[in-house]
Each structure stands twice: as structure tokens, then as C-alpha cells.
Write a protein that binds this ligand. Structure first.
Ligand SMILES: [Zn+2]
Length: 235
């Protein structure tokens, strides 16, 4: 999972991460920046320095990743702006080659409110393509074709985000909430993303049909696929 800032992976995909780790699977978050300039307004207002804010956000994100059972690696590439570079893409290629992920999660490619999010997505996708190339000079075997899922942006309509996958995160929602509460710098988001999970849960039930026995308090996360689903059975 490739996240532009320290909090993004928690709000948008904490449930998917907790589901994977609860099945005993490995989940890794690459945090390209700490969101130190653009998503830490509370700490700036409190008079903290840049280095202090980076340290605070690093610790918060580490705690949140631990609550979800995920590994986390920080690239400390800077935010507002997050500058795309061949060096960052190369570092991501090496992560893909080492991890051989079954799925890749990242931001959607459009976000008129936040240029860092599409920049992170572009680098995540470029690195995935390069990691597939037999001739790319990085350790490990060429990557297969892990599906790419875009997680839900903060203002989905403006980001051309229309869900085509609703993930049932009910069994792990308490872990997602605990991970959110590791991020007091963005406390205003806790209830917002709890409410969103409820709404996506209602839509999930509506799309699953009335007879599947889903819990009344089903919680969901929405995703979009970048590439077509591959299957030999329509279901
Ligand atoms: Zn962000």
C-alpha cells in the first residue's frame, strides 16, 4: 500500500489492511512523506517546528500501522509538494520486487484538492510497471500483475471516484477505529471516517442482497479497480 502522507492509509484502507493481517497475511505500508506540511495544521498552530512535526507524525503512523498489524516504511520524501522522481520510483520498484504483493493499494489518479495524492499514485503505478520488466536493474524476480485498487479519497465526487468494489470490514472495524485514534493530529477525521464506513456498509448490504445475513451494523470501505478483473467464471 502506497500512501502519500502519514494518515492516508488509515482513513482510506485501514480496514483492508486489518482484514489481510487478521488472515495472517503480510501487509506493508510505504509512507512517502509524513504529511508534515499539508496535513498537520494542528501541530503548526501549536507552534511546533518542522522536525518536531515529522517526529510526531512518524510516531503516530507507526502506532496506527501496529494497530493494523502492518509493517511501515517511511521515505521522508517531503510533502506540499511531494515531488516525483526517478529515485523514489526506483525505491518503490525495490519494495515491489522484495515483497511480491498480491494486491497494490494507492490513491486515485485525480484529486484537485491535493496534488500529492495523484503524485503518489503515479509513482506507485510507474514503479509497478517497471518492476514487471525483466530488464529493470533491481534485485529480485520480475513482478507479476498484482491488481491495483484505488482507495476512497476525501471528496470522492471531485476525484472521479465511483466505487466498483465494496469491502466488508465489519469484523475488523474496531481495529480500524483504534488505528484512527492513533492520529490525534487529525482527530476531526475519526468520526468522519466512522460515518463513511457506516454508509459504505449500508451500500454493501444493498448490493449484496437482503438474504445474506449481513449484520445490521455492517461497515465498509469502497475501492475502484484500475485494471480489469480476470476470471474464468462470471459471478
Ligand atoms: Zn494525504
Amino acid at each position: 500500500m502506497i500512501s502519500a502522507h502519514a494518515g492516508d492509509f488509515v482513513w482510506r484502507a485501514g480496514g483492508a489492511i486489518a482484514l489481510a493481517t487478521s488472515r495472517g497475511e503480510r501487509a506493508k505500508v510505504v509512507c512517502l512523506s509524513f504529511g508534515e506540511r499539508g496535513e498537520s495544521a494542528k501541530a503548526w498552530r501549536a507552534g511546533r517546528t518542522l522536525d518536531e512535526i515529522k517526529a510526531i507524525r512518524r510516531e503516530e503512523a507507526q502506532n496506527a500501522a501496529a494497530a493494523l498489524g502492518a509493517e511501515i516504511e517511511f521515505f521522508d520524501a517531503g510533502d506540499y509538494p511531494l515531488i516525483e522522481s526517478t529515485e523514489l520510483v526506483d525505491r518503490l520498484v525495490r519494495v515491489y520486487r522484495e515483497l511480491e504483493p498480491d494486491v497494490v493499494l494507492t490513491h486515485p489518479l485525480a484529486d484537485p484538492y491535493n496534488g500529492d495524492h495523484p503524485a503518489a499514485a503515479r509513482m506507485a503505478l510507474q514503479a509497478r510497471v517497471l518492476a514487471q520488466a525483466a530488464g529493470y536493474d533491481a534485485p529480485g524476480a520480475p513482478l507479476g500483475a498484482p491488481p491495483v485498487f484505488f482507495f476512497e479519497p476525501h471528496q470522492p465526487e471531485q476525484c472521479d471516484f465511483k466505487p466498483d468494489l465494496l469491502l466488508d470490514i465489519t469484523p475488523v472495524f474496531d481495529r480500524k477505529r483504534k488505528a484512527m485514534e492513533c492520529l490525534p493530529a487529525q482527530q476531526h477525521m475519526w468520526d468522519y471516517y466512522t460515518d463513511l464506513a457506516k454508509r459504505r456498509g449500508v451500500q454493501l448490504k444493498r448490493n449484496a442482497g437482503p438474504n445474506l445475513g449481513l449484520a445490521h451494523d455492517t461497515m465498509g470501505e469502497a475501492y475502484m479497480r484500475l485494471y480489469p478483473q480476470v476470471t474464468d467464471v462470471l459471478a
